[in-house]
Design a protein around this ligand. Sequence first.
Ligand code: 5GP
Ligand code: ZN
Length: 114
Amino acid sequence: MSDCLFCKIIAGEIKGTIVHQDNDVVAIEDINPQAPLHVLIIPRQHIATINDLTPANDALVGSMFRAAAALARQHGYADRGYRTVFNCNSEAGQSVFHIHLHLLAGRPMLWPPG
Ligand code: 5GP
Ligand code: ZN
């Protein structure tokens, strides 16, 4: 999608620090990290919100979680623990309307989340 920040990062039109990429997803460091490890796992396909997912995207969502788990393991957080978050729409704080899975690790996480 032409005016989407994450589509532009995936296309290389805007700089992003890529930490993983495969056929389905690109993972980048969050520009405003909320934990020592804060990575965004972004599908190459533009999907605005998780409300827009269809059964055809089931494997893609699985790939996003598997990429998050692999990155967490790579950074030594598999056993210690980490959090994965999808924000959907305004009350949840979604600010970029191209779905992305937040991977946060490296500090204790509070519950309930803010
Ligand atoms: P959301 O609020 O939509 O769940 O998450 C969007 C995330 O994208 C935020 O954590 C924000 O810090 C991050 N972000 C916003 N603009 C950029 C950018 O230009 N580059 C990178 N790497 N992250 C960004
Ligand atoms: Zn997009």
